[in-house]
Design a binder for this molecule. Structure first.
Ligand SMILES: [Fe+2]
Length: 385
């Protein structure tokens, strides 16, 4: 009796131990999976490699035969396909890009498995007759924003014997994975954006010094116009992102002067008609020079239209009134103010009183009357000193 009891007890112990070992084993597997996943993801330093790694890994850990990855814009109604892995029909890739119209908002924020029991399955299977099941995995950032979706799927392929559904382990691994992947994707995107901005600012800085080096009479003119444009725009309550574009536009407004011969630019006496025609080309030349940089339209508007006049007698297009872009109307005033406030070879700088008279005269002729009025008020308060 004792022996039977002892044997049963030992059997229980062994089973218990066995369960413990299995649990431990699973935990170890999970740990090594996490380490492997993190290592692969960290290696991807550019956006393309990161996207490829994320999709490959999502497929590897679930044993999927195919997958695709979409990036979401500001809102998740716009999905852009960025990577396809395996044999998926174009029609299915296209249909999956419209997920936001097919799933509820709640479903779009969690992992959704679409199997034969799901009403959507039939729709997708019609587009790909080898489809067995698929999982849609949202790539969620820490603040719960969807930045994209990875879709992995089981498909019938010759010589393979696939499970028809994903296991709970697959789903658990995907949940862990999706958070890491989203974090990494978001960071890589931010790093690229930041990098672009740095290159952009450095390019602008070198272009500005190129203009300054060329025109001996207007040294630092661009920087001064940019500084006052920013102060003026802020005082009028314009939002920060617009002020930033006005800043770049003002810095670059005369960039086209790089294309004007020094003999004309630095001529100490008045220009003849032919010479003035060459100078008048600088706004258009500026836009042409900067075309490869794909600058924002506000920046380009400033460069192209800062010599337009409110009465339509300006250049290059003779635009009139509010047809002249708003940003260009602002910079036009600051540009004129700095010219009057600086010494030239043929005249000394104007007094504050003379400048105010000129600006007042220019209301509605050279300048936008409202903006010129605002500028005059700030100038009389010595706002820009
Ligand atoms: Fe100019």
């Amino acid at each position: 009796m004792v022996t039977i009891l002892q044997a049963a007890f030992e059997q229980q112990e062994i089973e218990h131990l066995h369960r413990q070992i299995t649990l431990l084993n699973n935990k170890l597997q999970e740990q090594s999976f996490l380490v492997k996943m993190t290592n692969i993801l960290i290696k991807g330093h550019d956006l393309e490699t990161t996207i490829k790694s994320i999709l490959q890994l999502a497929m590897d850990i679930t044993g999927s035969e195919a997958g695709c990855l979409y990036i979401a814009d500001q809102n998740i109604s716009q999905l852009k396909i960025v990577e396809v892995n395996g044999e998926i029909s174009d029609a299915l890739v296209e249909a999956l890009s419209r997920l936001s119209q097919l799933l509820t908002n709640e479903e779009l924020h969690k992992i959704v498995e679409i199997t034969q029991n799901n009403s959507l399955f039939e729709y997708f299977a019609k587009l790909d007759n080898k489809l067995i099941s698929l999982i849609n995995v949202p790539l969620l950032t820490a603040d719960n924003n969807v930045i994209g979706y990875a879709v992995v799927m089981h498909r019938h392929e010759a010589g393979h014997n696939h499970p028809s559904i994903y296991s709970s382990k697959d789903l658990k691994h995907l949940t862990l994975f999706a958070h890491q992947a989203a974090l990494l994707l978001d960071n890589t995107r931010l790093k690229i954006e930041q990098g672009k901005k740095e290159i952009y600012i450095k390019t602008i800085a070198s272009l500005i010094s190129a203009i300054d080096a060329k025109d001996i009479y207007t040294q630092n003119h661009s920087q001064r116009v940019a500084k006052i444009t920013v102060e003026f725009s802020k005082a009028m309550g314009l939002p920060g992102d617009i002020v930033e574009k006005l800043h770049y536009g003002a810095l670059l407004h005369d960039i086209g002067k790089i294309g004007v011969p020094d003999s004309i630019l630095n001529k100490p006496t008045s220009l003849n008609n032919g010479e003035f025609d060459v100078v008048k080309e600088h706004p258009v030349k500026g836009v042409r020079i900067l075309a490869p940089m794909e600058l924002d339209n506000i920046v380009l508007d400033i460069i192209k239209y800062h010599h337009e006049r409110f009465d339509g007698r300006g250049y290059p297009n003779g635009l009139k009134g509010e047809k002249i872009p708003f940003a260009a109307r602002i910079v036009s005033i600051v540009d004129a103010w700095d010219a009057m406030n600086s010494d030239r070879a043929y005249r000394s700088r104007l007094s504050q009183e003379q400048i105010l008279t000129e600006l007042e005269k220019g209301k509605g002729t050279q300048f936008d009357p409202f903006l010129a009025g605002e500028f005059i008020i700030l100038l009389t308060k010595n706002f820009f000193n």
